[in-house]
Design a protein. Structure first.
Length: 411
């Protein structure tokens, strides 16, 4: 019979893989069309209504691309819509958030040292907060601020900073950064679903009806698409941030996330200008380097619990179940002897300065809190510890498996 924990981990893997594939397709399409739009050139023999054209070579062939500023005179028979990449990226990302941070909320979502919340309250905040950004951003875009794009972008950045701070007052560091990424990605997908696609449908309907489409719909879609383009790189970083404890395992994680948004803007500004003019502003790289140095400096001030606080903090009922299960002492000794040299608040193995992924496995409380991960990584699989670091014997792995299964069986 297949272990439920193993099956659940493979389900999470499948959803994560779907999310990665569709995100790559969405980001690739976004970057391509922005670069294409900025690289359009005028030509003397262009058809009526064509704003610009571009020649490209790829895969052994030449491509001749023309853009109509509003729409062609007649509806094309073959029209490709770029929308599903965005939709499936968001849906799969939302599903992954539920799997990791809702179902696994007691471990990954809530930080009782920051806020005393029940799991259901954390889930409500997690899901409900994702809509706030879109509503505020959409209201700003539809206001008189739409005529002042720089001010609009500054206000959007201010909103993101506030949300970054807010998430870090409630959630664990890794959950806070992930939610900020989901918050931003929700704005991006909502741009596609509520603005870009409906406006394009209006243009298509006008063409089919023989009416001349209004240019304002294309203008609105282009503005939202440009905003998405500048938000993409920070979102990618935030979605990967759980692999880098230096980004989330500090009291300044909310500032680090905010500065990462600025680096995304400077990098995209360089490439967008390069595509438009043939030469990017080199000062953007200097600014990016300075911002990253500030981020690295901030990361040297780790926040979180001290050794004493970790064991003093009460375990959740789910975690207590593992701490009191038969075989815990033997499993704890196995983990301490094979894992804690790396997964310590002050690692002693090699050149490590921080525990991998911010996971501590020193105290009994640490081990109980990470029971499921220990079971999957060092019990039923040999993923950890790395064989070039520690040769963990089969007896120690068997003790971990027996302990976790006893806890799940109520023993």
């Amino acid at each position: 019979m297949l272990d439920l924990a193993i099956l659940w981990d493979w389900i999470a893997f499948a959803v994560r893989w779907l999310h990665v594939i569709t995100a790559m397709a969405w980001i690739g399409a976004s970057f391509f069309f922005i670069a294409l739009d900025l690289g359009l050139r005028k030509a003397p023999d262009m058809p009526a209504g064509v704003y610009g054209e571009e020649w490209q070579v790829h895969g052994g062939g030449f491509y001749h691309i023309q853009k109509y500023l509003v729409a062609p005179e007649n509806m094309p028979e073959h029209l490709i819509w770029h929308k599903w990449q965005s939709y499936i990226t968001w849906v799969s990302g939302a599903a992954l958030l539920m799997i990791v941070y809702w179902v696994g909320g007691e471990l990954y979502l809530l930080d009782p040292t920051k806020a005393d919340l029940a799991l259901w309250q954390g889930i409500v905040i997690s899901g409900g907060s994702l809509t706030i950004g879109w509503l505020a951003y959409d209201a700003m875009c539809k206001s008189c601020l739409s005529d002042h794009p720089t001010v609009l972008m500054l206000l959007l950045f201010a909103l993101l900073v506030v949300m970054s701070w807010g998430y870090n007052q409630i959630f664990t560091g890794r959950a806070a950064l992930l939610h900020l990424g989901a918050f931003t990605a929700t704005i991006m997908t909502a741009n596609v679903f509520f603005q870009i696609m409906p406006n394009q449908r209006i243009v298509v309907a006008d063409l089919k009806a023989g009416r001349t489409p209004d240019a304002k719909y294309g203008k609105i879609a282009k503005v939202r698409s440009t905003h998405n383009n500048y938000l993409t790189l920070p979102v990618v970083f935030l979605m990967l941030s759980n692999h880098y404890p230096l980004s989330f395992g500090t009291q300044y994680a909310w500032i680090i996330a905010s500065l990462i948004f600025l680096t995304g803007v400077t990098i995209r500004h360089y490439f967008n200008t390069l595509h438009a003019t043939g030469m990017g502003p080199h000062w953007t790289w200097g600014v990016t380097v300075i911002l990253m140095l500030i981020v690295a400096w901030l990361s040297t001030y780790p926040g979180g619990e001290t050794w004493e606080e970790a064991d003093a903090r009460s375990l959740t009922p789910y975690e207590q179940r593992f701490a009191s299960a038969d075989g815990f002492d033997a499993a704890y000794d196995a983990v301490r002897g094979n894992c804690s040299m790396c997964h310590a608040r002050e690692p002693v193995w090699g050149s490590l300065h921080w525990a991998p992924k911010g996971v501590y496995l020193e105290t009994p409380g640490d081990v109980a809190r990470h029971a499921d991960q220990i079971y999957l990584q060092a019990g039923v699989s040999h993923a950890m510890p790395p064989p070039n670091a520690v040769q963990m014997d089969s007896a120690a792995r068997a003790e971990i498996v027996a302990w976790v299964r006893n806890a799940r069986a109520g023993g």
